[in-house]
Write a protein that binds this ligand. Structure first.
Ligand code: KIV
Ligand code: ZN
Length: 410
């Protein structure tokens, strides 16, 4: 079955190399972009937006390089609704096996008046001309109505109907400033699709920014409203607060399939290494608690949690680290840890400890954890060595009693 024939299939459009790379601190040179594009191909994304060729010669070169080298996914290039932009995008995409020209223009009255100094009619005319021109180069043309979620729905529908009539195959309705809420986004997509008479001839796409931390929730809601392409980025990088994070969307669809019965072509086991590659190419770290790919996403320090994990990982994990390619779950030893986790780490290290020794080691771990972020394997060995070589009898530890309670005693 072709992707377009499967109503449950969501196209993953990755814009890490365009919207993501546009963010301060995330600039990549041509070779770095090409290496990320290869990783995105291996990850299974359907569309790679490789750049905005008119923006700079380096952008154009990167698009061309990727178009030549990465053959399976569709390669998209961004262009404003201007002749020069579209021709430059077409030139950069010339070597591509599956080229897509992605052209955009704002449709909200605010952008038209304040930024573009255009009337609605001028806007519509520029868009129609752009689609006609883009279609001369490729059958695969996407139009984005920038600031769609703050546009007048009546005018937006006129624009959408017109672009589909001109042969546009993907209609993207971006929440450019991250203003929408999930319920609103779902209703927005459902209403627009119901109102546009030729809506069935195009794939509707969502592109959400994270200004209110709702980009992923809004993207999922858009899918519920009928969107079948999601524009997203690795680690959620992008303008301002970023775009919807690819890894979060993919795993939400996978883990909550009962509520979100949609498929992607993503090989989830490659999510972590792709995230790590982006981090190393840009030297921009991912926050520790970032869902799916952060270093704490599968780490447990609280004693009660560690105890649960040791008994059955499903108590505190809704997916396994290996499902997304993360290293095995870590029971981090620190001031919140419990005896079971200390015991387990000693076992893993081949350190056979008696009950009395365990009690001593546990107290020392809690005390050390007061001063340090984490207690490592070397610390455990040293604590035990010291204990065993100490003159005083085992069990007469001098830990102050008031520090013991931090580990919940589990
Ligand atoms: O956020 C936005 O509206 C965009 C468009 C150019 C797709 O990035
Ligand atoms: Zn954007």
């Amino acid at each position: 079955m072709r992707m377009a024939d499967d109503p449950a299939r969501v196209v993953i459009f990755d814009t890490t190399l365009r919207d993501g790379e546009q963010a301060p601190g995330f600039t990549m040179d041509v070779l770095a972009k090409a290496s990320l594009a290869r990783a995105l191909d291996a990850l299974g994304v359907d569309v790679i937006e490789a750049g905005f060729p008119i923006a700079s010669p380096a952008d154009a070169e990167a698009v061309q390089h990727i178009a030549r080298e990465v053959r399976r996914p569709t390669i998209a290039a961004l262009a404003r609704c201007r002749r020069q932009d579209i021709e430059e995008a077409a030139r950069a995409l010339a070597p591509a096996a599956r080229p897509r020209i992605h052209t955009f223009l704002a449709t909200s009255d605010l952008h038209l008046a304040a930024k573009l100094h255009m009337t609605r009619d001028q806007c519509l005319e520029a868009i129609v001309d752009a689609i006609r021109l883009a279609r001369r180069f490729t059958d695969d043309v996407e139009f984005s109505a920038e600031d769609a979620t703050r546009s007048d729905p009546e005018f937006l529908c006129r624009v959408i109907e017109a672009v589909i009539r001109e042969g546009c195959t993907t209609v993207n309705l971006p929440d450019t400033v991250g203003y929408g809420t999930p319920d609103e986004t779902r209703d927005f997509f459902a209403a627009i699709r119901a109102r546009v008479c030729n809506a069935d001839r195009a794939v509707f796409s969502t592109h959400c920014h994270d200004d209110l931390g709702l980009a992923v929730a809004n993207s999922l809601a858009a899918i519920q409203g009928g969107a079948r392409q999601v524009e997203c980025t690795i680690n959620g990088i992008g303008e301002r607060a970023g775009n919807a994070a690819l890894e979060e969307i993919v795993m939400a669809l996978r883990v909550r399939r009962n509520r979100l019965p949609y498929d992607t072509g993503i090989k989830a086991e490659a999510l972590y290494e792709t995230s790590q590659l982006l981090t190393s190419l840009t030297q921009e770290a991912v926050q520790a608690n970032k869902a799916i790919v952060g270093r704490n996403a599968f780490a447990h320090e609280a004693g009660i949690h560690q105890d649960g994990m040791l008994k059955d990982p499903r108590t505190y994990e809704i997916m396994r680290p290996q499902d997304v390619g993360q290293p095995a779950a870590q029971l981090v030893l620190g001031r919140h840890s419990g005896r079971h986790a200390v015991q387990q780490r000693c076992d893993t290290l081949g350190l056979r400890v008696s009950q009395t020794e365990l009690e001593h080691v546990y107290r020392e771990v809690i005390m050390l954890g007061e001063r340090r972020k984490a207690v490592g394997d070397g610390d455990l060995r040293r604590i035990l060595d010291r204990l065993r070589t100490a003159a005083e009898p085992v069990g007469a530890a001098s830990a102050p009693v008031e520090t013991i309670g931090y580990g919940h005693g589990v």
